[in-house]
Write a protein that binds this ligand. Structure first.
Ligand code: NAD
Ligand code: SSN
Length: 498
């Protein structure tokens, strides 16, 4: 497809090396991997293919920087984060161009991601000075008890390609606020945004060794194993699939690391008869089709009560028909390509399975080879049933499958019939129902009358096989801290002279 990539205003943000111990480096082996634009299929550039030795080097740099970082005040770390935030905002246009280039999302969405990502730095610059301990009333007379929150140490961070900036800032922000140094493994599909962020960390004056970025594609499993089995790394935070999360948890068990895992979802999205139709349709568009369906909190199973099933299906289809699919830089494009052809194959397999089992395609349902090998039509399918693949497995693509239901109890049972529990959504004007259903859904996050729940101020994370730990919010920094309890004895004496 025709796809012209706009120039960066600051060309020094586009790197072909990675950032370790305050320096731009290659892999020791000299190997590189290639990164392709998912819209045009053209080569963007190369990055170092790092291995075990390079990763150990990054871990050593992070360990060496830790003692000095621990001595800094929380206020100092707050200032670094704030400066990093300011630099992201000053370079927002260029960062957005990089995100669109390597991830494919439309430029307006990429700008939204830059803002979202930078807000994690702003948020944690404000949280850093507020990591308070407690004073505790002890059970033993004469004792005094208090707690101190301390940084856990070197943190290993592994992030996916669907938010090349935000998944990284959501982890580095709290880690740095807490006083941890980091080794971040950037995604093989989207390493350039991470490198640009590292350049801005350097400009913000963050000391060498505090932020280290490891790049790899083919060697990803080796790099992951090196991070998770390291005696030096005390904490691993991972965002990605449940399958890889399970592997990383096993690998981390020998060294008993503290873990935070944000894994796969299969979000139920429920529209009750009493919902406001426009709100519900707009919510479905926002939740299901954000990043062409490639977010872990995207609606996957859309349940619509029978009284409004036909009218909802019609209204949703009309909206989807107004989308413009294409390269992310092109004027008017609302939805970009998927990340690679494996993603397209999975989406198509879910669509074909639904059709074979009686689902009716209202719009879409086809690949878009004229645009490129990674494009798929935004799709709406009705008459979905629980036996279809899409009911059990996250599609991670632009397919809205509509399941009819009769009662509240029936739909909550179906919604909870999943091994994972990340996000869930429902639409209703009945206040009592809003409380009932929000409390009954087995998920970590619930959207009521909204399809957008992501906010640095709100705790992000799942239950069941969607993982554990919370990112963002007042809870996010705790994932990178330990609580030390101090008991002081012999303090309950009477006042001298009494
Ligand atoms: N919960 C969340 O916040 C969240 C966010 C984004 C994606 N996801 C999930 O991720 C999945 C889609 O992304 P994907 O298919 O690229 O996931 P994935 O798990 O294959 O990859 C995610 C990241 O992990 C890295 N990785 C892969 N194998 C690894 C290994 N053996 N050791 C170390 N790192 C490894 C990849 O390079 C990538 O950077 C979906 O299931 C989605 O729900 C979850
Ligand atoms: O895909 C995972 C993260 C999505 C978000 O933060 O909204």
């Amino acid at each position: 497809m025709q796809h012209s990539v706009p120039d960066l205003s600051d060309k020094s943000l586009l790197k072909n090396q990675t950032y370790i111990n305050g320096k731009w480096v290659n892999a020791k082996s000299g190997k590189t991997f290639e990164v392709y634009d998912p819209a045009s299929g053209k080569l963007i550039g190369t990055m170092p293919e790092m291995d075990k030795e390079d990763t150990q080097e990054a871990i050593k740099a992070a360990a060496a920087a830790l003692p000095e970082l621990k001595k800094t005040t929380a206020r100092q770390r707050s200032k670094w984060l704030r400066k990093w935030y300011d630099l992201m905002m000053e370079n927002a246009e260029d960062l957005a161009k990089l995100i669109t280039w390597e991830n494919g999302k439309p430029i307006a969405d990429a700008k939204g991601e830059v803002n979202y990502a930078a807000n994690f730095f702003e948020w944690f610059s404000e949280e850093a000075p507020r990591a308070y301990g407690d004073t505790i009333l002890p059970s033993i007379p004469g004792n005094r008890v208090f707690t101190i929150k301390e940084p856990i140490g070197v943190a290993g961070l592994i992030t996916p390609w669907n938010f090349p900036a935000a998944m990284i800032t959501r982890k580095i922000g709290p880690a740095l606020a807490a006083g941890c140094t980091v080794v971040a493994k950037s995604p093989g599909e989207t390493p350039f945004t991470a490198a640009a962020l590292a350049e801005l960390a350097h400009r913000a004056g963050i000391p060498p060794g505090v932020v280290n970025i490891v790049t790899s594609l083919e060697n990803t499993a080796e790099v992951g194993e090196t991070i998770t089995s390291s005696e030096i790394v005390k904490k691993v935070s991972f965002t990605g699939s449940t399958r890889v999360g399970k592997l990383l948890m096993k690998q981390s068990s020998d060294t008993l690391k503290k873990l935070s895992f944000e894994l796969g979802g299969n979000a139920p999205f429920i529209v009750f008869d009493d919902a406001d139709m426009d709100t519900a349709v707009n919510g479905a568009i926002a939740s299901k089709f954000r990043s062409s369906g490639q977010t872990c909190v995207c609606a996957n199973r859309i349940y619509v009560q029978k009284g409004i099933y036909d009218s909802f299906a019609k209204a949703l289809t009309e909206k989807v028909n107004s989308f413009k699919v294409g390269g992310g830089y092109s004027e008017g494009v609302t939805h970009g390509p998927l990340i690679h052809d494996r993603a397209v194959s999975k989406v198509d397999a879910h669509v074909q399975d639904a059709i074979q089992q009686g689902g009716k395609v209202l719009t879409g349902g086809q690949k878009l080879p004229d645009l490129g090998s990674n494009f798929y039509q935004p799709t709406v399918i009705r008459d979905m049933t629980p036996s279809m693949d899409l009911a059990h497995e996250e599609t991670f693509g632009p397919v809205a499958g509509l399941f009819p239901f009769d009662t509240e109890a029936e739909v909550v049972k179906q919604a909870n019939d999943s091994e994972v529990g990340l996000a869930g959504y429902f639409f209703s004007k009945d206040l009592a129902r809003c409380y009932r259903v929000a409390e009954a859904l087995e998920v970590g996050m619930v959207g009521v009358n909204t399809g957008l729940i992501s906010d640095p101020a709100a705790p992000f994370g799942g239950v069941k096989q969607s993982g554990f730990g919370r990112e963002g919010s007042k809870y996010g920094i705790d994932e990178y801290m330990t609580i030390k309890m101090v008991t002081m004895g012999g303090l309950g004496q009477p006042l001298q002279g009494s």
